[in-house]
Design a protein around this ligand. Structure first.
Ligand code: NAG
Ligand code: NAG
Ligand code: NAG
Ligand code: NAG
Ligand code: NAG
Ligand code: NAG
Ligand code: NAG
Ligand code: NAG
Ligand code: NAG
Length: 441
C-alpha cells in the first residue's frame, strides 16, 4: 500500500528536464507583467489583519519599444534583414526569418500596445478586488508622458469597471525644476545619467555573446550577425510578445535558458549601476516617494485611503533601494556593493533581479494594516509588496506575516531619511524641492 503510494507520488514529480523555463520572466525591463514566486510569502493579509490604506508606485504598461532600443538595436536589425542575401530556409533554427515581419515601426515607438493597455485594465480590476472594502480613491497620479497617463487611464477603467468619472487623474509635470516633487525625480538630478551602467553591462555582454555569435554565423554565414543583432533578438522576445501575444524569438531553439540568464545578468548589471545599489544616489531618488506615501498613509484627516501613481522604469528600483530590499549585501555582514555584481561572471545568487523589479506595470506598494493576530500585540502594522509579493524589511519584521509594527516602521523610515533625505546635495543641485508633496490634498 505504502510502496504503491510512493510510486504514485514519484510519477507525479516532474522530471528535471521539464522545468518550465520562461524567458519572459528573465527579460528585465521588457517583460510583460508577472508576479514572482519568490519569496513564497502569502500575498493576502496575514491572519487577523485588514488593510486600512495602501500606496502604490507603478511603472507604465507595455510599450512597442523605447527610443533607445529601437534606434540602437531593433531598427538596424530589421533593416539588415530586409536587405540580406542569406537564405534562411537553409538554416536549422532561423527558418522563420524568411517570413518574419517586424512588429514595431518608427510611428509606434514609446506607444502603449493593446496587450499593455489590457494588462493595465486587468491590474486595475485585480487591485479593486484586493481592496474591495476600501473607498474608491478620488484621485490617481501619473507623470505627464503619454504612456504613463494612458496606463493610469486604463487602470482607472479596470478599477471602476468603466465608470471612469469616479476617479480623476492628476498629471505631474516631468519637469527639470521640480526636484523631488515629481514622479520623475531623476529628471532634475544632475548627479544622475541615463548612461550609468552601460560600461559594466557591455563588458560582461561582450564575452557572453561570443558563443551565440559563433553559432548563428555558422548557421547563416551570409548575414554576418553582430553583437547588437543578438541583443535585438533577445529584446524582440519581449517586445514582440507584448505586441502580438507571442514571439518566435522566445523559442528555446533560438536562445537556451543559460543564454537567457546571461542576458538577464547583463541587464541587472546595467540597472544595478544605474538605479540600484551600485550607485549611492539611488536611494536618495527613491526616498521622496516612500516618505510622501508613509505620510499619506498616516494622515487620518485625508479621506483618501488608496494612492496610485504611474511613472517610468527608473523609479521603482530606486524605491527598492530606499527601502533596502533586494540588497545583495543584506545578511552578509559587509557592504561591498560592487563585488556582489562581478562584470566577468554571473552571481547566480544575487538578490538584485531587474526582471522582478521593473517589468511593465511593475508595482511597489506600502500597505498599512490593522491587526488583531494571535501572538502579536493588537495595533497597526506595515508591509511592502513588490508585484503583490510581500518583501520583509531588513531589521523591521516584528509583526504578523513578517510585517513591521507602527513605531518600528516609523523609526525605520526616519533612519532611511537621515541617510537618504538630502536630494539637493546628492543630485548636485541647489534649492530644488527636496520632498514630494503631491499627495497632500
Ligand atoms: C543592401 O546591401 C547591399 C549589399 O550589401 C548594399 O550595397 C546596399 O547599400 C544595401 N542597401 C541598403 C538600403 O541598405
Ligand atoms: C513562408 O511563406 C511561404 C509563402 O507563404 C511559405 O510557402 C513558406 O513555407 C513559409 N516559410 C516558413 C519558414 O514559414
Ligand atoms: C474631478 O474633478 C472635477 C473638476 O475639478 C470635480 O468637479 C470632480 O468632483 C472630481 N471628481 C472626483 C471623483 O473627485
Ligand atoms: C470597458 O471598456 C473596454 C474598452 O472599451 C471594453 O473592452 C470592456 O468590455 C468594457 N467593460 C465593461 C464591463 O463594460
Ligand atoms: C560584419 O560586420 C562587421 C561589423 O559591422 C563589419 O566590421 C565586417 O566588415 C562585416 N563582415 C562582413 C564579411 O561583411
Ligand atoms: C545593503 O546591505 C548592507 C549590509 O547589511 C548595508 O550595510 C547597506 O546599508 C544596505 N544598503 C542599503 C542602501 O540599504
Ligand atoms: C561601484 O561602482 C560604481 C560604478 O563604477 C562606482 O561609481 C562606485 O563608487 C562603486 N562603489 C564602491 C563602493 O566602490
Ligand atoms: C477586519 O475586518 C473584519 C470584517 O470587516 C472584522 O470583522 C474584523 O474585526 C477586522 N479586524 C481588525 C483587526 O480590524
Ligand atoms: C518627509 O516627510 C515629512 C512630512 O511627513 C516632511 O516634513 C519631510 O520634509 C520629508 N522629507 C523628505 C526628505 O522627503
Amino acid at each position: 500500500m505504502r510502496l504503491q503510494f510512493f510510486l504514485l507520488a514519484l510519477t507525479a514529480i516532474p522530471v528535471l528536464s521539464s522545468y518550465p523555463f520562461n524567458p519572459l520572466e528573465h527579460s528585465a525591463g521588457i517583460a510583460p507583467y508577472f508576479t514572482p514566486h519568490d519569496p513564497p510569502l502569502q500575498s493576502s493579509p496575514p491572519q487577523g489583519c485588514n488593510v486600512t490604506r495602501a500606496a502604490y508606485l507603478i511603472r507604465h504598461a507595455a510599450i512597442y519599444a523605447n527610443d533607445f532600443d529601437y534606434e540602437t538595436y531593433l531598427e538596424p536589425l530589421v533593416k539588415k534583414l530586409q536587405n540580406t542575401s542569406q537564405d534562411w530556409s537553409s538554416t536549422k533554427t532561423l527558418k522563420f526569418l524568411s517570413n518574419w515581419t517586424a512588429p514595431i515601426d518608427q510611428e509606434h515607438v514609446e506607444k502603449l500596445t493593446h496587450v499593455g493597455l489590457q494588462e493595465a485594465r486587468s491590474l486595475g480590476t485585480s487591485v479593486r478586488q484586493r481592496y474591495k472594502h476600501l473607498k474608491t480613491p478620488q484621485m490617481i497620479w501619473s507623470s505627464t508622458a503619454d504612456r504613463t497617463a494612458k496606463s493610469a487611464q486604463a487602470f482607472i477603467a479596470g478599477f471602476t469597471n468603466n465608470h471612469t468619472s469616479l476617479i480623476n487623474l492628476t498629471q505631474v509635470e516631468e519637469s527639470k525644476k521640480a526636484g523631488a516633487n515629481s514622479l520623475t525625480p531623476y529628471k532634475s538630478c544632475k548627479g544622475y545619467s541615463s548612461s550609468y551602467g552601460n560600461d559594466q553591462s557591455s563588458a560582461f555582454w561582450k564575452t557572453y555573446t561570443q558563443p551565440i555569435l559563433a553559432r548563428f554565423n555558422a548557421e547563416a554565414p551570409a548575414f554576418n550577425f553582430t553583437q547588437d543583432d543578438i541583443t535585438a533578438m533577445f529584446e524582440l522576445c519581449g517586445y514582440e510578445t507584448v505586441v502580438r501575444g507571442s514571439s518566435p524569438f522566445c523559442s528555446p531553439n533560438i536562445f537556451n535558458s543559460d543564454e537567457w540568464l546571461g542576458f538577464e545578468y547583463a541587464n541587472d548589471l546595467m540597472y544595478f549601476h544605474n538605479t540600484g545599489y551600485g550607485r549611492a544616489l539611488s536611494p536618495v531618488l527613491g526616498f521622496p516617494w516612500v516618505n510622501a506615501s508613509v505620510t499619506a498613509l498616516n494622515d487620518d484627516s485625508s479621506s483618501q485611503e488608496l494612492f496610485f501613481s504611474f511613472t517610468h522604469r527608473e523609479v521603482p528600483p530606486t524605491v527598492i533601494t530606499a527601502l533596502g530590499l533586494y540588497n545583495n549585501s543584506a545578511y552578509s555582514g559587509a557592504n561591498n556593493v560592487n563585488t556582489t555584481m562581478p562584470e566577468d561572471s554571473i552571481n547566480y545568487h544575487r538578490a538584485w533581479k531587474s526582471s522582478e523589479i521593473l517589468p511593465f506595470l511593475s508595482n511597489i506598494a506600502i500597505e498599512k494594516m490593522s491587526c488583531q493576530s494571535y501572538g502579536y500585540e493588537e495595533g497597526e502594522y506595515y508591509r511592502i509588496l513588490n508585484n503583490a509579493g510581500p518583501q520583509p524589511l531588513v531589521g523591521c519584521r516584528d509583526g504578523p506575516g513578517e510585517s513591521c509594527s507602527k513605531d518600528k516602521f516609523h523609526d525605520f523610515i526616519g533612519k532611511r531619511g537621515e541617510s537618504f533625505g538630502d536630494y539637493n546635495k546628492a543630485c548636485e543641485v541647489t534649492d530644488l524641492p527636496s520632498s514630494l508633496s503631491i499627495y497632500a490634498v
